[in-house]
Design a protein around this ligand. Structure first.
Ligand code: 5AD
Ligand code: SF4
Length: 460
């Protein structure tokens, strides 16, 4: 049997896509290889969001080319190399020019055509597909999600893809294309298959997941909140999450779902990017810093214990020291449970790429360090504040030590617990005892009411 190894870079949607690419190749008779070195087919599922991601791909391709050469020298089949994902979409044929050892280049909307492309490549040399198929697109062409392979208890499910927002720094509208939502029935079918396969938690994915507007069975557009309600009713499902959201699409019914749907976890990743209105406008974010603050107030009114997370970009063209300090202030006021901060990276073909006022690298580095130190302190504070609380833990895997189990809190914190009589996939009440830099420690607890959320924890 031939084998495939898919290596994924970047976001969670790429993790989902990698699993679907494996499904496509499994239908062609490919098993999964444990490493690139032993695989007949290596697929790099790439990310183009920032510079370093693409450069990593080119250096990995250099390594794979050497592997092909070694195999040929040893009189063996050289194997095949595919570049998928957003670098494939953005660079297209340029990848083959820079690295002729690549057999096929396939964009994120075309990987259902991968077997065809490989056949094409075997006949006539490197094949490229970076088209955006119309309508249902790739989802209609994909085999049903496989449940044979172990996916663990927590799975991603893409419900929406692409973006029409055109933030001036971002390549996503160009690499992933226009916003498309999958129909409600397709999402429910895929969720049922995942749940049948032992999944307990589903994270709904989309570049703008809260702009979801897939059609329901009656042909009417649903909202993300409507979809969440339908999913929450499926037997076997215990937890739902969604990511990533845009502040302007936080509809009232979605905010209410955080109050009303117990399966919807109290965690929200809601990128703000910057804290100064002039920068937000230059980024084409179409909301103000105060608008974001008011939105957070409404979300916290609906679900007081919700953990908030954000993305920040420092050193956007023209960003002054005072504007950067507005970002620091906003982050401090909100008190994020976690946050990702990035240096602005000019992306080819985006409006901000050639704007005047590009910020010097040293300044970006210094701002990033300051922001990072601050949000990291907030994250640690949030984690310490859970010490002494009774929380439900979804057990995901064995812990590092014998007798230990690892899982996630409702707030997405990694938690390990000793001496717990539970199985992978169970939801169990624990008492948080310690907060380390990257995870919490807990001990088994009886069912009880959590002090902060006021919610009853699961039956032990
Ligand atoms: N430079 C730096 N960060 C970026 N992001 C997107 N584009 C860029 C860029 N050109 C960040 C944003 C986004 C996250 C996924 O990546 O913060 O929310
Ligand atoms: Fe990129 Fe902005 Fe769309 Fe997010 S909302 S994917 S940052 S263009």
């Amino acid at each position: 049997m031939k084998t495939v190894f898919v290596k994924s870079y970047g976001c969670q949607m790429n993790v989902y896509d990698a699993a679907r690419i494996s499904d496509v190749m499994a239908a062609e008779g490919y098993g999964e290889a444990a490493t690139a070195d032993t695989a007949d087919l290596v697929i790099l599922n790439t990310c183009h969001i920032r510079e370093k991601a693409a450069e990593k791909v080119y250096s990995e391709l250099g390594r794979l080319r050497a592997l092909k050469a070694e195999r040929l020298a040893a009189g063996r089949e050289p194997g095949e190399i595919v570049v998928a994902g957003c670098v494939a979409q953005a660079e297209g044929r340029e990848i083959i020019r820079r690295q002729p050892a690549v057999d096929a280049v396939v964009g994120p909307q075309s990987y259902h055509r991968l077997p065809e492309l490989l056949r094409e490549a075997r006949r006539g040399g490197p094949a490229v597909d970076t088209e955006f198929p119309p309508g249902a697109g790739k989802f209609a062409g994909l085999p049903a999600v496989s449940v044979g392979r172990s996916r663990g208890v927590s799975a991603f499910l893409t419900v929406q893809e692409g973006c029409d927002k055109f933030c001036t720094f971002c390549v996503v509208p160009y690499t992933r294309g226009a916003e498309v939502s999958r129909p409600v029935s397709a999402v429910l079918d895929e969720a049922r298959r995942l749940l049948d396969g032992g999944v307990r938690e589903i994270t709904l994915l989309g570049q703008n997941v809260n702009a979801y507007h897939g059609l329901d069975e009656g042909g009417r557009p649903a909202t993300l909140a409507g979809l969440i309600e339908r999913l929450a009713g499926l037997p076997g499902l215990v937890r739902l999450r969604y990511t990533t959201s845009h502040p302007n699409d936080m509809a009232d019914d979605l905010i209410a779902a955080h109050r009303d749907v117990p399966a919807l976890m109290p965690f929200l990743h809601l990128p703000i990017q910057a804290g100064a209105d002039r920068v937000l406008a230059a980024m084409n974010r179409r909301h103000s810093a105060d608008g974001y603050r008011r939105l957070i107030d409404r979300i916290r009114a609906a679900r007081p214990d919700i953990a908030l997370s954000s993305d920040f970009i420092v050193g956007f063209p023209g960003e002054t020291e005072a504007e950067f300090e507005a970002t620091l202030r906003l982050a401090a006021e909100i008190g994020f449970a976690s946050a990702y901060s990035f240096k602005y990276s000019p992306r080819p073909g985006t409006p901000a790429e050639e704007r005047p006022g590009q910020v010097a690298e040293a300044v970006k580095t210094e701002r990033l360090a300051r922001l990072h130190a601050q949000v990291e302190a907030d994250r640690q504070r949030f984690n310490r504040a859970t010490i002494g609380r009774h929380l439900d833990l979804l057990i995901e895997k064995p812990g590092r030590h014998p007798g230990q189990l690892g899982g996630r809190s409702p707030y997405l914190q990694a938690v390990h617990v000793d001496g717990l009589d539970a199985r992978i996939g169970d939801v169990v009440p624990v008492l948080v005892t310690e907060a380390g830099p990257n995870s919490l420690s807990a001990r088994p607890a009886a069912r009880g009411v959590d002090s902060l959320s006021g919610q009853m924890t699961a039956a032990a």
